[in-house]
Design a protein around this ligand. Structure first.
Ligand code: NAD
Length: 485
């Protein structure tokens, strides 16, 4: 019997599901059991061509519609996503292994927020009138054209919407390639946009590995590439896009600091550290994986953290009581277990967890290391799993320097009850998405993205509009033209 997660076909192009079994088969494995639940096929050159040519063609008429008309379609898609939230959340859980407790509130709902927000903005995207004496300049905010979106595997619905919604609002079309690890959810986003009235070809989804991504990025018809992925992939994609002088948005990895001063509310700080390390089993780019705790409260903090981490419920992700799911793949589990071993070898102290969980599926115990030093591998490299490193510090000046001593710059957080210190510290941290007395909130209204190696450009908020449109300026002369001869 076919599993309910099996899509009708691998790709969604020009308003319909399309199959081409000549492509490399991609098995979809449910991380909670290791069982294969679906198969899709990587896009063949013929599929890539269909996706690009139909999106290129469809964009012209889409850009000519009024923003209000485009926005209405996006907002209708948001409504459909919310109506189907349960079904979409179950699919997200099959795709990623994340517990339903999370997917019910963080995935299709976040995608719907993006569709609603950018749908609402679409009608207000205007230029400026700049008086120049009797002459004037006017500006027009124009679509870029054909955009490519490439996704990571941790938030397949959200990423498909965070890229698609602003792109479409601005009058672009998009070809989206989800991660080969989680190919299912983006197809639903395409289906729902089509059902909401998006013209055929405006949002196509095709499957494949890096090779297919590469074919999309290098195609001369493509005007913009928005990638969510790791720094090494980002470097390759950025370079390939530069070759064609294409616009880019890069949402890449991180090793973000979360700084807890000794005047902080300990329970809130522990809650922030848990949210910033163990949500989605730690598979979140903006996680605050370097938790700097001021020495005076270190042991108290660790004791409370261990106690609360012990309350995590590992289990069947489809059971809404489960609060902690498996790693997305066996490979990712092994990578994370390798880092845990490194942490032990290099002398960090295991406060809790530290092993694979004794159950089927790719579960790792939520793990806290204390006495971590800045040079340890677990404090320097992005692990992308449930591994928290707790480091201690004495002074504000010292912790700022240590927090910034990394190639990454995605996020940063500060817990303190001294508000002038909170703002002073945040002001000096090299990070794009920051938090005070909180961690990992990502509402669509707030810009999201990194500095340094963590990325280029911003997603969400009005900032995203700038990255999916360009400005044309027009000088209008009312009088005669003066010329030298
Ligand atoms: P990855 O870099 O391995 O892959 C990302 C995507 O790029 C996949 O769809 C992959 O097929 C594609 N790809 C790979 N090589 C390519 C190439 N040469 N040309 C074009 N496309 C190519 O990342 P991943 O393992 O899927 O995801 C984990 C990483 O993503 C982590 O580093 C994490 O921090 C990052 N991430 C960042 C954000 C963010 O918003 N900043 C969000 C989620 C994940």
């Amino acid at each position: 019997m076919t599993h309910p997660a099996q899509p009708k076909a691998s790709h969604f192009i020009n308003g319909e599901y399309v199959e081409d079994t000549a492509g490399t088969p991609i098995p979809v494995i449910y991380a909670a059991t290791g069982e294969q639940i679906a198969t899709v096929y990587a896009a063949t050159p013929a599929i890539v061509e269909q996706a690009l040519s139909t999106a290129k063609e469809a964009q012209k008429a889409w850009a000519k519609m009024t923003g209000t008309e485009r926005g209405r379609i996006l907002r209708r898609a948001a409504d459909i996503m919310r109506e189907r939230n349960h079904e979409l959340s179950v699919l997200e859980t099959y795709d990623t292994g994340k517990p339903l407790q999370e997917t019910l509130v963080a995935d299709a709902t976040s995608g719907a927020d993006a569709l609603e927000y950018f749908g609402g903005l679409a009608g207000s995207l205007t230029g400026e009138h700049i008086p120049m004496g009797e002459d004037w300049v006017y500006t027009v905010r124009e679509a870029l054209g054909l955009c490519v979106g490439i996704g990571a595997w941790n938030y397949p619905t959200q990423i498909a919407c965070w890229k698609g919604a602003p792109a479409l609002a601005c009058g672009n079309s998009m070809v989206f390639k989800p991660s080969e690890t989680t190919p299912l959810c983006a197809l639903k986003v395409a289906e729902i946009l089509h059902e909401a009235g998006a013209p055929a070809g405006i949002y196509n989804v095709i499957q494949g590995m890096g090779e297919v991504g590469g074919a999309l990025v290098t195609d001369p018809r493509v005007d913009k590439v928005s990638l969510t992925g790791s720094v090494p992939t980002g470097k390759k994609v950025y370079a390939a896009a530069a070759e064609g002088m294409k616009h880019v948005t890069m949402e890449l990895g991180g090793k973000s600091p979360l700084i807890i001063f000794d005047d902080a509310d300990i329970d809130n700080a522990v809650g922030g550290a848990i949210n910033g390390n163990f949500y989605s089993s730690g598979q979140v780019c903006s996680n605050g994986t370097r938790v700097f705790v001021q020495k005076g409260i270190k042991e108290k903090f660790l004791a409370r953290l261990a106690e609360r981490t012990g309350n995590a419920i590992l289990g069947d992700p489809m059971d809404e009581a489960t609060s902690f799911g498996p790693m997305v793949t066996e490979n990712q589990m092994n990578i994370v277990l390798g880092y845990i071993e490194k942490g032990k070898e290099e002398g960090a102290r295991v406060v809790c967890g530290g092993n694979r969980a004794d159950m089927p599926g790719y579960y790792i115990q939520p793990t806290v290391f204390a006495d971590v030093t800045d040079d340890m591998t677990i404090a320097r490299e992005e692990i992308f799993g449930p591994v928290m490193s707790v480091l201690d510090f004495d002074t504000e000046e010292e912790v700022i320097a240590r927090a910034n001593d990394t190639e990454f710059g995605l996020s940063a957080g500060v817990f303190t009850n001294d508000f002038s210190r909170a703002h002073r510290v945040i002001g000096q941290l090299e990070a794009g998405s920051c938090f005070i007395n909180s961690y990992n909130d990502a509402p669509v209204e707030a810009p999201f993205g990194g500095v340094k190696a963590s990325g280029v450009g911003r997603e969400n908020s009005k900032e995203a509009i700038k990255h999916f449109s360009q400005v044309k300026s027009v000088y209008v002369r009312m009088g005669d033209v003066e010329a030298a001869f």
